[in-house]
Design a protein around this ligand. Sequence first.
Ligand code: FMN
Length: 191
Amino acid sequence: MEVNHAIATRRSLGRVTQDPVPREMVEEILASAVHAPNHKITEPWRFHVFAGKGRGELARARAELARREAEAEGEEEDMAAGRISRERKKAFRAPLVIAVISAAGREEVESLENYAACCAAVQNMQLTAHSLGLGSIWRTGPVAYHEYMREFFGLEEGDRVVAYLYVGYPDMDERPRCRKPALESTIWHEE
Ligand SMILES: Cc1cc2nc3c(=O)[nH]c(=O)nc-3n(C[C@H](O)[C@H](O)[C@H](O)COP(=O)(O)O)c2cc1C
C-alpha cells in the first residue's frame, strides 16, 4: 500500500473479530516498529505480545488492579464484581494486544525522546497493520499507566507504558475522519 494512502485511510478500529492474527503478520508489525526514528539510536522500544490464551495474563492483571481499586474505594461487592469483570474482558477485545514500553534514557531528555520514538513506532505498527488488512486501536488511559501495571511489566524509573495496541480483523465500518486542515495550525516563517 502506498504510504500516503495508508496514512490517509488508516482508522482506529475498536471492534475487530476474534480470528487470530497470523504470527507472520505479528512479526511484520513488530518489524515495522523498529524502523521508527530514534535519537542516538537508543532503540528504546520493548514489546509484550498477548495473543490467544496469553491475553489471560493481561486480563488477570487488569482484574486484580480493578479489585484493588474497588477495595480502596470501599465499593460494594456487586459493583466491584461488575467492575472487575469489565476490566478482565477488556484484554479480550481483540485477538492480539501488543503493549509498547519505552525504556528510560540516561537522563530526562533522553527518556522524553525515547518516548517520542516509541510513539513513532506505534504509528508504524498501525500503518503496517492497516496495510495488511487489519484494524488496530491505540489504547491507554489511567489504568494503562497505573503503578500496578508498571509492576506487572517490571518497569523501572523512567520506563513508560506507551500503548496497548489492539489488533485484529475489522468488524466495523470505517468512520470518516474530520480534522482541521493543517494550515489552520501552521505559522509560516519564510522571510
Ligand atoms: C496516546 C494515545 C492514547 C489513546 N488512547 C485511547 C484510548 O484509551 N481509547 C480509545 O478509544 N482511543 C485511544 N486512542 C486513539 C484515538 O482515540 C484515535 O486515534 C482518535 O480517535 C482518532 O481516530 P483515528 O486514529 O481513526 O484517526 C489513543 C491515541 C493516542 C495517540
